[in-house]
Design a protein around this ligand. Structure first.
Ligand code: PFF
Length: 435
C-alpha cells in the first residue's frame, strides 16, 4: 500500500528538526577546535561571512528542491531530468555510509553515559578508550543499540517520531549546554580557554583557513546527502524559506560557539592540550571530569548532551534513505526501516571492528572506519553538493528572485549558485583527493 506523504505540523517543528540535524558531533568536537587553531575571533568573522554569503546558497537550493518537487532525492532529481536519477541516488547512499560510522560514535557515547558514575576508577583514560573500542563484542552491540534508537524514531514517522524526538531532545540539549557553560566559566583560569578560542590572530587568515571554514560549514549544516532535501519535501505551506534558513544557520553557529565555551575553559583550567574529535571527547574531557567537584554528574550531563545532539542528527541521516525506499520501492516505513537497519549494520559492524579485530584490513591505507569517514566527509558530501548546485543553478535555473527582493542579494545568490560555490567545492574536492 502506498503511504500518504507526511508533512510537518508547523514551520517551528520543521526548523527544530533542521537545527537538530545541523547541531551534532561536528559542532561539539570540531568547530571550537578549528576556531582556536585558525585565529579565534578572526576565524569566526570569516566563518560567519562565508555561511551568510556562500554556504546558505546550497542549503537554500537543497531545501527548495525538496519543497518544490515534494519528492525524496531520486524523485526530486528525476523531476528535473530523468537522466539525473543515478545522481539523486548518490545522496541516500552517502547517508547510509555516513550512518555507518556516525552511529559507531553514538555507541561510544552510550558507553560513556553508563560509565560516568564509575569514572574515577579508570586512571589511564587513553588506554581505557583504546581498549574499549578494540573490544570485539561490546562496541558492536552499542553501535546497533544506537542505530536502533534512531531508527525507532524514523519508523514512527515524521510527526510522532522525528518531531517528537527533536521536541524533547533539543530543549534538553540546550538546557544542559547552558548549565555546563556556566559551570565551565566558573572554573579557575577559565579565561585562558576563552583566550584560545577568541583571541584574534590575523596571521592565520590563509586560503587553507577559508577552505577549513567552508568544509566545516558544509558538514555542520548537513548539506549534501539529501537529509535537508527530504526535510524540505515535508514543508506543506507555501512560505518563503529564506528566514528559516538564516535561523538554522545562526542557531547552529551559536550552539557551536557555546560548545567551545563549555569545553575550552575546562581544558585550559586543567592545563591540558586542546584537541578535537574522539581524543577530546573520550580522553581529555573524562580526565577533567574525574578531577571536578561533582565530576560524575558533570560527565553524565555532558554525555547525555552529546547523545541528544547525535540522535537528532542521526535521525536526519536516516530519513533520506528511508524516504527513498518508501517512495521508490513502494514499501512501508516500517519495512524500509528494517531494511535500512540490516544494510547499515552490515557496514557498521566491520567498521566498528576495524579498531580491533579487523584493524589489519585497510582500503587505500585506511581502516574501514577511517575510509568511510574520509570518503563521505571529503569526497561524497562536497561532490553531492557540487552536483546539487549545478543542477539547481544551470538546469532548474533557480533564481534568487524566489527568495529575495533586494537586487544585490538576487545577483549575489545567482552568482554564488552558478560559479562561486561550485568553484569552492571543486577546491575542497581537490584538497580532499590530494590528501
Ligand atoms: N551536521 C551533523 C554534525 O555537525 O555533526 C552531521 C551531519 C548530519 C552530516 C546529517 C550530514 C547530515 F545529513
Amino acid at each position: 500500500m502506498e503511504e500518504k506523504r507526511p508533512t510537518w505540523t508547523s514551520r517551528y517543528t520543521f526548523m527544530l528538526a533542521a537545527i537538530g540535524s545541523a547541531v551534532g558531533l561536528g559542532n561539539i568536537w570540531r568547530f571550537p577546535y578549528i576556531m582556536g587553531q585558525y585565529g579565534g575571533a578572526v576565524f569566526l568573522v570569516v566563518y560567519l561571512t562565508l555561511i551568510m554569503t556562500i554556504c546558505f546558497v546550497p542549503l537554500m537550493a537543497e531545501l527548495y528542491l525538496g519543497k518544490h518537487t515534494k519528492k525524496e532525492c531520486i524523485g526530486a532529481y528525476e523531476s528535473v531530468s530523468p537522466k539525473l536519477k543515478p545522481l539523486g541516488a548518490l545522496n541516500p547512499v552517502t547517508g547510509v555510509l555516513i550512518a555507518s560510522f556516525y552511529f559507531i560514535v553514538g555507541g561510544w557515547i552510550i558507553n560513556y553515559i553508563t560509565k560516568s558514575f564509575c569514572m574515577s576508577c579508570h586512571c589511564d583514560y587513553a588506554q581505557y578508550f583504546s581498549d574499549f573500542i578494540a573490544e570485539p563484542v561490546y562496541p558492536c552491540v552499542l553501535t546497533l543499540a544506537f542505530l536502533f534508537m534512531c531508527i525507532f524514531f524514523t519508523a514512527k514517522g515524521v510527526k510522532k517520531g522525528i518531531e517528537f524526538a527533536n521536541k524533547v531532545l533539543m530543549p534538553l540539549f540546550a538546557v544542559i549546554l547552558l548549565i555546563l557553560v556556566i559551570f565551565s566559566l566558573n572554573l579557575p583560569n577559565a579565561y585562558l580557554g576563552l583566550e584560545y578560542m577568541f583571541k584574534p590572530d590575523l596571521t592565520k587568515v590563509t586560503p587553507q583557513m577559508v577552505l577549513a571554514a567552508l568544509g566545516q560549514a558544509f558538514f555542520t549544516l548537513s548539506i549534501g546527502m539529501g537529509a535537508l532535501l527530504t526535510y524540505g519535501s515535508y514543508i506543506d505551506e507555501d512560505k518563503n524559506i529564506t528566514k528559516s534558513v538564516y535561523t538554522i544557520i545562526l542557531s547552529d553557529t551559536a550552539f557551536a560557539i557555546l560548545a567551545g565555551i563549555m569545553i575550552f575553559p575546562a581544558v585550559f583550567s586543567f592545563n591540558l592540550e586542546p584537541s578535537s574529535g574522539a581524543g577530546l571527547v573520550f580522553i581529555t574531557l573524562p580526565k577533567i571530569f574525574a578531577q571536578l567537584p561533582f565530576g560524575n554528574l558533570v560527565s553524565f550531563a555532558f554525555f547525555v548532551l552529546l547523545f541528544c545532539a547525535a540522535v537528532t542528527s542521526g535521525i536526519s541521516i536516516l530519513e533520506a534513505p528511508c524516504a527513498t525506499l518508501i517512495e521508490q520501492f513502494k514499501i512501508s516505513r516500517i519495512k524500509s526501516c528494517a531494511i535500512l537497519f540490516g544494510i547499515i549494520s552490515l557496514i557498521a559492524i566491520p567498521a566498528t571492528l576495524s579498531f580491533g579485530l579487523l584493524n589489519k584490513y585497510t582500503l587505500f591505507n585506511k581502516t574501514i572506519f577511517d575510509f568511510l569517514d574520509f570518503t563521505t566527509s571529503n569526497i561524497l558530501l562536497p561532490l553531492n553538493t557540487l552536483i546539487l548546485c549545478l543542477i539547481a543553478g544551470w538546469m532548474l535555473k533557480l533564481d534568487g528572485r524566489k527568495f529575495f527582493t533586494n537586487r544585490v542579494l538576487i545577483f549575489m545568490f545567482n552568482i554564488c549558485l552558478k560559479f562561486i560555490v561550485p568553484s569552492a567545492l571543486i577546491s575542497l574536492l581537490y584538497i580532499g583527493l590530494r590528501n
